[in-house]
Write a protein that binds this ligand. Structure first.
Ligand code: NAD
Length: 252
């Protein structure tokens, strides 16, 4: 590690949006902890980063578990350096209409998105304060505006926005910014699983989604990685507490 190289943690980085963000931050010159539930599942992302000349570490951890989070952050600090960039990306869906939703599915979604982002942010904020620099990027969603069949997920993703704005208020004086990215439809295993659940062919499902999107296509993980790269950059220090909808058109 060079002395001035920054270290980032990207949660849920074994695949999908998190993997794209991890690769992009590594290409930007950061050492990247690729964190996901199963350490072995992180190997592909780590290998892609190292093959491209970057530095990465696979870390198995459950973001919703306090002991797991502190062990993971300790390991990252020892093996990669003090983390000053955090991308809270890990996520799950447990979709159902309100009247059919088991309480376990409400709790599971809250635990990964909200408890996870809280535990991870609390665990790294000390390093950011110490460095006088920090970048926290939280994954929200257009579902934060309300989405049929996602009462748990919509509440969690709206919660991520309030969480983000509060971090911006509390941590700004330490040189730490906090922003949220709210993606629209992004082509990943998460949206493929949604298509399967509603019995749709994924290509038809994507075409239907694209028809509703002003730029006339669905999003790709790299669309989110590009935005995360900007928000994590040194030059973005005057952008804080914002929610950027990356959805191929306006949302409000
Ligand atoms: P994905 O399902 O492909 O990947 C999510 C990753 O998070 C998986 O690798 C999974 O193992 C990991 N994860 C789940 N629970 C975890 C936990 N407790 N601890 C650590 N890791 C955990 O999903 P994706 O589409 O890449 O989504 C990434 C983020 O973007 C999520 O927060 C999601 O809600 C959000 N998002 C996605 C879309 C979309 O259209 N795909 C849209 C808006 C927001």
């Amino acid at each position: 590690m060079t002395n001035n190289q920054r270290t980032a943690i990207v949660t849920g980085a074994a695949r999908g949006i998190g993997a794209a963000v991890a690769k992009r931050l590594a290409a930007d010159g950061l050492a990247v902890a690729v964190l996901d539930l199963d350490e072995a599942a992180c190997t592909a992302t780590v290998e892609a980063i190292t093959a491209a000349g970057g530095q990465a570490l696979a870390v198995g951890a459950d973001v919703s578990d306090e002991a797991s989070v502190s062990a993971a952050v300790e390991r990252v600090t020892a093996e990669l350096g003090s983390p000053t960039v955090l991308i809270n990306n890990a996520g799950i869906t447990r979709d159902n209409l309100l009247f059919k939703m088991p309480v376990e599915d409400w709790d599971a979604v809250m635990a990964v998105h909200l408890r996870g982002a809280f535990l991870m942010s609390r665990a790294v904020q000390g390093f950011m304060r110490e460095a006088g620099f920090g970048r926290i990027v939280n994954l929200s969603s257009t579902s934060a505006l309300g989405n049929r069949g996602q009462v748990n997920y919509a509440a969690a993703k709206a919660g991520m926005q309030g969480f983000t704005k509060t971090l911006a208020f509390e941590l700004g004086k330490f040189g730490v910014t906090a922003n949220a990215i709210a993606p629209g439809f992004i082509e990943t295993e998460m949206t493929a699983a949604t298509a399967e659940r509603v019995g749709a062919d994924f290509d038809d499902f994507k075409a239907m989604a694209a028809a509703q999107i002003p730029v006339n296509r669905v999003g790709q993980p790299d669309d989110i990685a590009h935005t995360a790269s900007f928000l994590a950059s040194e030059g973005a220090g005057f952008v804080s507490g914002q929610v950027i909808y990356v959805a191929g058109g306006p949302k409000d």
